[in-house]
Design a protein around this ligand. Sequence first.
Ligand code: AMP
Length: 416
Amino acid sequence: MIQKLKGTYDVYGDLAKKHDYVKKLFQAVCESYNYSYIETPLIERSELFHRGVGETTDIVTKETYDFLDRGNRENTIRPEGTAGIARAIIEDKLYNTLPLKLWYIGSMFRYERPQKGRYRELRQMGVEFYGSNDPISDAEVISLGINFLKELGLKDVKVKINSIGGTETRIKYKDALIKHFKSDIDNFCDDCKERLTKNPLRILDCKIDSDKELIKNAPSILDYLNDDEVKHFEKVKEYLDTLEIEYEVDDSLVRGLDYYTNTVFEYVTKSNEFGSIGGGGRYNNLLKSLDGPDVPAVGFAFGLDRIVSELENSEIKLNLNDELDCYILTITEKENDYALELAQKLRMCGFKIDLDLSGKNMKNKFKEADRYKAKQIIIIGEDEVINDEVTIRDNITKEETKVTIDNIIDYFDVNL
Ligand code: AMP
C-alpha cells in the first residue's frame, strides 16, 4: 500500500467541512475590508525565496522543497505566500494602482520535523496591503485578523506585537547582540552558534535555548529604534487601543523571515498550544529587494491547520450548515422517474436535495436520510404518482403531511 508523505494529511468528511467553513469566513471578512483575491503559482524560481524570504532564514536554509526541473532550472515549491505575490506585483505591474489590498489562501510546503500543529504541507490564508506606510494600515491589517478570529468564536486570542525597526537600526542592534552573546555562545545550540554571525536576532526566538539567562536579559530592540520608528510603533498601538484590540508588547518577537521592517506581530491563543496561529508584519523593503519599486507593505498569514485544531480544542461548535433540505425516497423502483424529475425541479429552485438511487430497503433508506441530516423526507409510492400528491415527513417531529406536487415549493418555503 502506498502511504501519504510524512507531515501531510487527507482532508475529507467533517474535517473538510470545517476547512471549508474557515476558508469561507476568511474570504467574507477579507471582502468586508475590500480585499481582492490573488492566486499565484505553487512553484517559483528558487531565487525568489532566497532573495525574498532571506538566505539565512530557517525556511530557506533547511525547509524548502527545491528541485531541478527537466530543463535543469532550480525551482522551489512555495514555503509561504508573500514572496510569490511580491513577484506577481512587480512582474504584472500591479503597483501601478495603489493601494493594493490582496488576500490569498493555499498550501505551502516546508521540510520541517512533523509534530502536532506542524506539517510539511501547511495551509495558509493571509492578506497583503501594499502602498501605505501609515501606522493606520498596520492597525487595519491586525484588526482584520482579530475580527476573523472573533467571528470564528475564538475569544481567547491576543496579539503579540513588537517593532524591529529598519535596516540601520537592525545593524546597530545586531552588533549589540553579537557583543552580548559572543563570550558564552559555546553553551548554545549549534543553530545559535551559526546564527551569531549570520542572523543574531534569531537567537532570541530559539526554541532550544529559550530558558537561558543570556536570552532573557538580552538588549531590547525597542531601545535601538530611531525617533520615526518609535513614533510609528506608538501610533500603531494607539490605533489598536482605539479598536479595543488586546495586545502585548513582546520585545523578543523577531519573526523568522528576513523581509520584516518595523512592526511585527503574532496571533496567539491564551492556551498557546501550537505556538502562534498566525503572524505577520510590515515589509517596506521587500519589493525593492526583488528589483521592484519602493512600495511599503504590511500583511500576515494564518495557519489554517492550526486554526482548525484550535477550534476543535476549544470545542467551538461551527454552524456547518451541512443538513440536507430534503431526502426523496421511493417505495419501489417504478417511482424512480417521478422522483428524479421532482429532485431536478427542487434543486433548480435552490433546495439541497438528495434521493435514494441504490434500491435499499425502506429501513435503510430512512437511515440514510438521518445520516445526511435531512430536514424533510418525501416518500413516493404508486398512489402518490397517480394522484400527484406526495407524503412529506418532517424528520425532526416525524409528522407526516400530504402535499400536492404543485404546492411542495410553498410548503418548503414555510417549513424549512
Ligand atoms: P510563518 O509563515 O512562519 O510566519 O507562519 C504563519 C503561520 O502559519 C503560523 O502562525 C502557523 O499558524 C502556520 N504555520 C507555520 N508553519 C507551519 C507548519 N509547519 N505547520 C502548520 N502550520 C504552520
